[in-house]
Design a protein. Structure first.
Length: 261
């Protein structure tokens, strides 16, 4: 068996910009397959900056270049800014299908878009702040993205609309349930997309509404929240939806297989 190659892609802007430490068309083809298979889950292109890196390591089987056939072991290191996320490709005992897990045995689901308004400007972060209208300090449970009225708002991940309507200070609001205790909320909209109602299934990147200033707002913007287990968390710190967890003997076998503890 040949040495396990490491594949790297500067800036993650295009497959054409990717190089390998070991040369050969098979490594390039394998990397291309990985990008095409995983970009919708990891959202690599829209979340990577000019200094970000992705490193891919695998031990190939004896024959074939297909991702599923040749990648006997498969690790992924994502370095986005100061954050590093290492994932391990492993066969899920529950489904029998391969998936990515972190070192703690959390099964990685879809990547949550951090900015559902791609052209928007971040104007307020998550945490305590002095309210610009009410004038006193209170918790700001999301991130504000400023954009002109009518700018499309995108679903952060696949899910089902659980709320659509007017809600006090939030104005026109949509809440999407992504399963496994994850929800996202989109407030102050000017109007909703025509097909959106409670029970509607939406896909990541689908237009669900449009930026406005309904409710308690100083100007047109999206107030975006991520709720995990009923509690609001910082949208800028949530990378993935956790789609399950290994435990007990299954966790022990996984950690032994990938070499972590």
């Amino acid at each position: 068996m040949r040495p396990a190659p490491f594949l790297m892609c500067a800036a993650l802007l295009a497959v054409a910009g990717c190089t390998t430490v070991t040369t050969g068309n098979s490594e390039t083809q394998l990397f291309q397959q990985f990008v095409h298979k995983q970009d919708s889950n990891l959202d690599l292109q829209s979340n990577a900056g000019p200094d970000d890196r992705l490193k891919l390591a695998y031990a190939s089987a004896d024959t074939g270049d297909d991702l599923n056939a040749s990648a006997r072991s498969f690790d992924l290191l994502i370095a986005l800014g100061k954050n590093q996320i290492k994932l391990y490709r492993y066969r899920d005992p529950a489904s029998g299908k391969t998936a990515f897990f972190d070192a703690k045995g959390n099964k990685i689901g879809q990547y949550l878009l951090r900015n559902p308004v791609p052209a928007g400007k971040k104007t307020s972060g998550f945490g305590m702040r002095r309210h610009p209208i009410l004038g006193y300090t209170r918790m700001h449970a999301g991130v504000d993205w400023s954009a002109p009225v009518g700018t499309p708002i995108l679903a952060a991940a696949d899910g089902v609309v659980s709320f659509e309507g007017r809600k006090g200070e939030d104005g026109n609001q949509i809440v999407i349930d992504h399963g496994n205790g994850y929800q996202t909320s989109y407030s102050h909209q000017s109007k909703f997309a025509a097909n959106i109602k409670v029970g509607t299934k939406v896909s990541q990147g689908e237009v669900i509404g449009y930026v406005g200033r309904s409710g308690l707002a100083t100007g047109p913007h999206l107030h975006y929240e991520v709720i995990v287990g009923g509690k609001a968390v910082d949208p800028m710190k949530v990378h993935f939806i956790i789609d399950g967890r290994l435990s007990g003997s299954q966790l022990a076998r996984f950690q032994e297989a990938v070499g972590v503890s």
